[in-house]
Design a protein around this ligand. Structure first.
Ligand code: ATP
Ligand code: MG
Length: 447
């Protein structure tokens, strides 16, 4: 992509309304723009990051055996009356009526709708287990939308729903998602710690929140230090097998959100192993049994010929919140510093003398070589000052910068900068292209 053709409205000043670094950087780097409180447009740069995050989430859901679909944002109030949540949900629900005065709502979550879809389509235990998910916008009329996309009112969520015949099977589905979540967040360069959590309005009896430790996080958490360095299940994990033992064992180490915190239990951990910190909730998983299948009469025929209520769970990931969470974890004083897996582009190519025939030619050559190797390049071909180009590249935080100018070309070299380490080296053109493409393709390999 040529920067002259792209849309990148960067800001020089830090907007006063943004109090945390991810919000500031998303505005400054031209990633998004507020439409109304807690409602944002995703500008091209931010949209690319959002898509990459959604794609990683999707790949790991598919790997764990969940099947993608897409449910609407608008739902009927009657469905929510069946579960009894229409009145219980309160002011966070955006209620609307159509021209026939039918009561509708903008979905804050989808337990009711998926239960209705499942009960219409599945009759027998032979179709179980089943896990279905979608990645769709949600609306919750939060009292205090703040911190940009971290607590929006309209936000993108991945939500999965599991259906099983027995509580034992439902726990297996739960721990499959547990493993998928560890992989999902690790692939984005995040350490997300699973913490025992309150089940809240979703209800149920087994629940974990996945929390990325950060000073600016809204959740207060307490855990055993060991959990921060938990092993990530490898790509060849057998997701059809039973992962319950592995993960139930791990969750025996203390880790709880504020609502679930037990000071006496925490005090038994040796002091040097105690961690009390703040964090960002990026995912939340629940096993809630018959909470929806019972009021909504969602049953399947069991092997004994008797009908029984399905055992359900739901599993959310805050896709749009993750954009902010990743910036909180990966930035410096000059700007964002994206992990390769979610970077909006992999390489920033800087032409120091746009209009100079030789510089233009070399840049065009590098651009096409990198694109052919499958590397995504943002080519700054604008006629602008070098200082401005460097500041923009550092601000948007692409993992590598290639700087091409007449002075280097005289010696047959260009400059390669690693945004993460700050390391710079001068290399011959082909060497530079090879170094950068190898490093990026390596980083994109899924372990
Ligand atoms: P929170 O405790 O932060 O309000 P929640 O418990 O209400 O979140 P869930 O119902 O568990 O949220 O939703 C699943 C995921 O969706 C959360 O883990 C979070 O990452 C994300 N999420 C929830 N509310 C918002 C919001 N207002 N803005 C952005 N992301 C959100
Ligand atoms: Mg939650």
């Amino acid at each position: 992509m040529r920067l002259s053709k792209f849309f990148l409205p960067v800001l020089k000043e830090t907007p006063a309304e943004a109090s945390i670094v991810s919000h500031q950087l998303m505005l400054r780097a031209g990633m998004m723009r507020q439409g109304a409180a807690g409602i944002y447009s995703w500008l091209p740069l931010g949209h690319r990051v959002l898509q990459k995050i959604a794609q990683i989430v999707r790949e790991e859901q598919n790997r764990a055996g969940a099947v993608e679909m897409l449910m609407p944002t608008i739902q009927s109030a009657d469905l929510w009356r069946e579960s009894g949540r229409y009145d219980a949900y309160g002011a966070e629900m955006l209620r609307i009526s159509d021209r026939q005065e039918r009561e509708m709502l903008y979905g804050p979550t989808n337990e009711e709708l998926i239960t209705e879809i499942f009960r219409a389509g599945v009759r027998s235990y032979k179709d179980l287990p089943k896990m279905l998910y979608h990645i769709q916008w949600k609306f919750r009329d939060e009292i205090r939308p703040r911190f940009g996309v971290m607590r929006g009112r309209e936000f993108l969520m991945k939500d999965t729903y599991s259906f099983d015949l027995t509580p034992e099977d439902a726990r297996k589905s739960y721990y499959r998602m547990f493993a998928a979540y560890l992989r999902t967040f690790a692939r984005m360069g995040l350490r997300a710690v699973p913490m025992r959590a309150d089940t809240g309005p979703i209800g149920g009896d087994l629940s974990h929140e996945f929390i990325v430790l950060a000073e600016t996080g809204e959740s207060e958490v307490f855990c055993h230090r060991k959990l921060v360095d938990m092993d990530i299940p490898p790509a060849d994990t057998d997701f059809d097998g039973d992962l319950t033992d592995i993960f139930e064992g791990r969750t025996s180490l203390y880790a709880a959100t504020d609502e679930m915190h037990d000071a006496a239990e925490f005090a038994q951990i040796p002091a040097e192993e105690q961690l009390s910190a703040r964090g960002i909730e990026v995912g939340h998983i629940f096993y809630f049994g018959n909470k929806y299948s019972e009021p909504m009469n969602c049953k399947v025929m069991g092997p004994d010929g008797r009908e029984s209520l399905v055992e359900m769970g739901s599993y959310g990931v805050g896709v749009s919140r993750l954009v902010g969470a990743i910036i909180e974890a990966h930035h410096d004083e000059s700007g964002c510093n994206w992990p390769v897996s979610v970077a909006p582009f992999h390489v920033g190519l800087v032409n120091l003398k746009a209009g100079d025939a030789e510089t233009d030619r070399v840049c065009a050559d590098i651009y096409s070589k990198l694109e052919q190797a499958g590397i995504e390049v943002l080519y700054d071909d604008r006629d602008a000052r070098a200082g401005e180009k460097f500041a923009t590249m550092d601000l948007i935080g692409l993992p590598y910068q290639l700087v091409v100018g007449p002075r280097g070309l005289k010696n047959g070299v260009i400059e390669v900068k690693n945004r993460n380490t700050g390391e710079k080296q001068e290399l011959a053109l082909d060497k530079a292209v090879e170094l950068v493409s190898t490093a990026i393709l390596d980083a994109l390999k899924v372990a």
